[in-house]
Design a binder for this molecule. Structure first.
Ligand SMILES: CC(C)(COP(=O)(O)OP(=O)(O)OC[C@H]1O[C@@H](n2cnc3c(N)ncnc32)[C@H](O)[C@@H]1OP(=O)(O)O)[C@@H](O)C(=O)NCCC(=O)NCCS
Length: 217
């Protein structure tokens, strides 16, 4: 049974059909197999949510479980007002990292947040910037965002470098607990007018129309 007499069956989760393309990367919403493969490669320097559940297992396993639960939670709790879209970042057919786009209260705030990581040997080639630019093209384009925000520890020069090279401006600092002490979290913001004021590298977006209702658009 494939429903052929009624035409093709619509994907019940059309977000899995979304594709973003940059010069060197493809971004696809992470499916179960991507999540398992990416969790196995999550880098040691990625700081996880200190509130993640702790299990009585080795730290690497605990980190992987936390990453997986984050992805599952995001899919299971998705609403048009509160969504987190995690993309698998692919280069030349191989998984190289994760790029997340979040819309907390998106229909009223029209503001997106981002987070990302790349495996160590994929860094320093401009791919972090390409992956961020890809989700910003979706946000400021099809989704109609008015602003993008992001945050990084003051000493995360690569993450801050991605943000600054794309045109984000400082938006304040806050002290947050870090390990046994505290440290400065740097907040950055880019308005729609700044995004559109510069020529941006081409990003292809496929499969968005079927996703529109899932963003409440
Ligand atoms: C953050 C991360 C995704 C950036 O990806 P990347 O591919 O290494 O970054 P890019 O090559 O696109 O570099 C972006 C900019 O930052 C600069 N930069 C990159 N690494 C840097 C470093 N270690 N120190 C100083 N500047 C750096 C680059 O020169 C570039 O600036 P430019 O465009 O003005 O030349 C990646 O480094 C990573 O996975 N880090 C670990 C996880 C993490 O911290 N994620 C962010 C959590 S908030």
């Amino acid at each position: 049974m494939n429903g052929s007499s009624e035409g093709p069956v619509a994907l019940p989760w059309p977000l899995f059909g979304l594709r973003l393309g940059t010069a060197q990367l493809e971004l696809r919403p992470a499916r179960e197999s991507d999540c398992l493969a990416l969790a196995a490669r999550v880098p040691d320097d990625l700081e996880l949510d200190p509130g993640a559940t702790r299990y009585a297992v080795d730290e690497p396993l605990n980190r992987r479980a936390a990453i997986l639960q984050g992805w599952w939670r995001a899919l299971g709790t998705w609403t048009p007002d509160e969504w987190i879209l995690s993309f698998a970042v692919v280069h030349d057919g191989g998984l190289v990292g994760s790029q997340t786009l979040e819309g907390p209260g998106f229909r009223s705030t029209r503001t997106v947040d981002t987070a990302s990581w790349l495996v160590p040997d994929a860094r320093g080639r401009g791919w972090g910037t390409q992956a961020r630019a890809a989700v910003l093209a979706l946000a400021f384009g099809a989704l109609g965002a008015e602003a993008a925000v992001t945050s990084a520890w003051r000493d995360n020069h690569a993450s801050l470098g991605v943000s600054r090279s794309l045109g984000y401006a400082d938006n304040g600092v806050q002290l947050h607990p870090r390990g046994d002490s505290r440290d400065e979290m740097v907040h950055l913001r880019m308005s729609r007018s700044v995004w559109t004021s510069r020529a941006r590298p081409a990003v292809t977006i496929e499969g968005f129309e079927a996703c529109r209702p899932y963003f409440g658009l």
